[in-house]
Design a protein around this ligand. Sequence first.
Ligand SMILES: [Zn+2]
Length: 232
Amino acid sequence: MAQEQRRLVLHQAQVGPMANFVYLIGDPVTRKAAVVDPAWDVDKIIKWAERYGMEIEHILITHYHPDHLGGSMMGMTVEGTARMLERVKAKVYVNKEEAEGTRKVAGLSDSDLVKMDAGDTLKVGNLTITFLHTPGHTPGSQCFLVEGNLVSGDTLFVNSCGRVDLPGSDPEAMYYSLNRTLRSLPDTTVVYPGHAYSPEPSTTIGAQKRTNMYLRFPNLDEFLDAMGHSRR
Ligand SMILES: [Zn+2]
């Protein structure tokens, strides 16, 4: 999956044994880029950026699980952001709710991190990336919106959504992230998920409104029932 338009470079690559997607988001004029969720094989990701003539200046993290960030958690250790920082000069953009967790899991120092809030933006060359806070899978899950494209991490997958049965997950927050924050985006928004869990590598918000059951529950209670978390 590759897009090189007049205003935007957006590339998707699959890495590691958990079908993770890494993204390169860049400005086609200045060739400056942000990498999203660089884990599993940092050398390969750097070579990939070089092949497209892009210079990685920023690291964006959708959430602090090691399959996206790198590092160690729940007995799992993955190469990732810490190694990337040995190779490129960059800051790591995380949601403020997850800054402390990110630091611990990846073994980073506080000065490596930029703590982002809902609606904050980042300039990459001439591009502007907007950060959406979408808690549910984790407290600080975030999605990145750029030129009508949404990099959705483990919040929204093609026809499914991220798990909400993990430590720190919140099914009610997931309901609102999906059905308010993401559902309010234009139908034409192209969605690039955090894992290749479907034969389709991307989708649109409009298509997901029609085919993704997690965007089709009429209310929170029915969503929670389906998730096995009904409220008393
Ligand atoms: Zn994941």
